[in-house]
Design a protein around this ligand. Sequence first.
Ligand SMILES: *Cc1c(COP(=O)(O)O)cnc(C)c1O
Length: 359
Amino acid sequence: MRAACATIHLGALRENLRRVRGLSPGAHVMAVVKADGYGHGLERVARALDAADAFGVAGIADGQRLRAASVSQRIVVLSGHDEPGDLAEMRRLRLDTVVHNDAQLDALAAESEGRVLRVWLKLDTGMHRLGFAPERAREVFARLRALPSVDRGIVLMTHFANSDVFDDALTAHQIECFERSTSGLDGERSLSNSAAIIGWPEAHGQWVRAGGALYGMSVIAGKIGADYGLRPAMTLTTKLVAINRVRRGEHVGYAATWEAPEDMSVGVAAIGYGDGYPRAAGSGTPVLVNDARAAVVGRVSMDLITIDLRSVPDAKIGDPVVLWGRGLPVEEIAHHAGTIGYDLTCGITRRVRFAEDEK
Ligand SMILES: *Cc1c(COP(=O)(O)O)cnc(C)c1O
């Protein structure tokens, strides 16, 4: 069996949810579990976050999985209905839809039979991805309200492009635009992702939508989840499978990109980009060997990485290696790989074993 293992800390997930509630008092919390719970496992995360008020998923298939796992909370399909048949399936499974374009509105109007559906109306206040132009908020809201098949409790929502920069004018503009275009409309409001839950309390509304924060991650530049009282929910580990003596001037790995500055030991650990460890993580990316910091040297290959063991002279074959998680923030690895922590946890591949602990 390969040694690569992602341990999911169920207690950290629960604690992070309490932390998000503490940061957004009075607001309902939608736990965003798209991309298989940011790579942590959809059903596992939903079970641990049973105290969430709703779950946010990217597509109907995830809603089907959650209902099959007996999740009873509201489930919001963040991209909404798309294909013929989606609305019938959403009604059957009691999934909320997000309406962000005219084609969706027409599909809803054409299918007025059946169980009442809950709708979130999405406005594009500056991200320029999904959503109606803010000038159309009143007209679209009125049209939805007139449909007998739509629940009267329409939630008004928008999404921030840059809320991880706390003094950014774009977010202030988005908030102002949202307030202006929805003022007087009778519905709950939802604006904030994790970064806005932390940095833009004036934008919390009645529903916050927390993803990364629940998994203990931050996308705020130079900050890690722990800076905001969050705990990592995933620790990725493997073990040393070889230790080589390398002479000064010899090279390690594909393309011989790294040269030993002295005679030294180089460890080989069973993890690579085939497991989702980022190939872009270059020489100098930290790992923990027996809880001591060491650094990747040379190229990351498909199944293996090579590690400078000068800081861990007593390391031996079989010793544990932590790639990220407890004791080694995923944000730090992401920084070395030129990406964000979300990208790394989402990128864990199927051959990695998963384990759970209650901590
Ligand atoms: C992914 C997503 C979120 C959660 O974002 P985080 O930064 O992970 O908190 C919230 N709202 C929408 C619409 C999303 O797509």
